[in-house]
Unconditional design. Structure first.
Length: 278
């Protein structure tokens, strides 16, 4: 397997970001091949598609103002909180880091638990925040088709962001948009379709491999978390199942199935203040 870090120039609203990535790959002395996977930092398409909000244009609600006060943050942070609330499908409470003047709200966005609904100041122009893609799998589909049009090659596209894992230090990569390869693999069946067993011969009743997030985690090692300007990674030789019609919804589960969501739903009843509700 190969992972090649692709350094990009600054991407602006309206730019042909796929063209920019392909040019950068060429400048690195590489060519696109069938069954490559292009992993793209989510900030790249978000910026190119104009998903940048000027905080001075945001009018915080009383709810956002109250939350900034509750967390002992500067009143100006209310504009960021409002943007997070606007982008969230659901909200489960939060935590402020006073020294860093930063807060984390646990939210639901695009069928996933996320920090601050993907709203991020990092690597966004001063006075702005970048939003998470609204239809990330559709964006990934369009990117894959654009690569096919420009190169004639069938590739996989993974659009990734970073998040924290409970009780672990540091961020890890995870997939928010996918196209061109299967997101998961059913490990309860072997290559012949028979029941899988463990090394002691016991049947494996429940086991799915989240291939999409494994790819994201590997590429995230190259992308970094600061000003590296590595906006994409060209991955080659990955053991993934390529399929132009792959359904990325296989990597999601319902809230009723997910044990973590039960905890967050219970916590919401405890942490959410009455004045935070609309």
């Amino acid at each position: 397997m190969e992972f090649h870090a692709i350094t990009l120039p600054l991407v602006n609203s309206g730019d042909d970001y796929i063209g920019i990535i392909l040019d950068a790959i060429k400048e690195k002395g590489l060519t696109i091949e069938d069954k490559d996977v292009i992993v793209i930092a989510s900030k790249v398409p978000s910026t190119a598609l104009g998903l940048i909000v000027k905080l001075e244009d945001c009018k915080p609600s009383q709810r956002a103002v109250d939350m900034a006060r509750e967390f002992n943050l500067d009143p100006s942070y209310a504009a960021i909180i409002q943007t997070i609330l606007d982008e969230s499908e659901d909200f489960y409470g939060g935590l402020a880091y006073q020294k860093e003047k930063f807060m984390v709200l646990w939210t639901k966005k695009n069928r996933s638990l996320s920090i601050n609904a993907g709203v991020d100041r990092k690597n966004s122009p001063l006075g702005t925040v970048a939003l998470e893609l609204r239809e990330p799998h559709k964006v990934a589909d369009n990117a894959r088709l654009d690569v096919l049009k420009k190169t004639g090659k069938h590739v996989g596209i993974s659009i990734i962001d970073s998040a924290w894992y409970p009780l672990r230090q540091g961020a890890i990569g995870f997939t928010i948009g996918l196209s061109g390869f299967e997101a998961t693999r059913d490990c309860t069946k072997d290559a012949d379709g028979k029941q899988s067993v463990d090394i002691y011969g016991r049947p494996v009743p429940i086991a799915r491999h989240c291939v999409a997030d494994d790819v994201a985690a590997g590429a995230h090692l190259m992308l970094g978390e600061a000003g590296e300007r590595v906006g994409a990674v060209l991955a080659r030789g990955l053991p993934v199942d390529f399929n132009d019609k792959a359904d990325p919804s296989s990597m999601y589960m319902s809230e009723n199935e997910d044990p973590f969501m039960r905890v967050f739903q219970a916590a919401r009843k405890v942490v959410e203040r009455p004045q935070w509700r609309d």
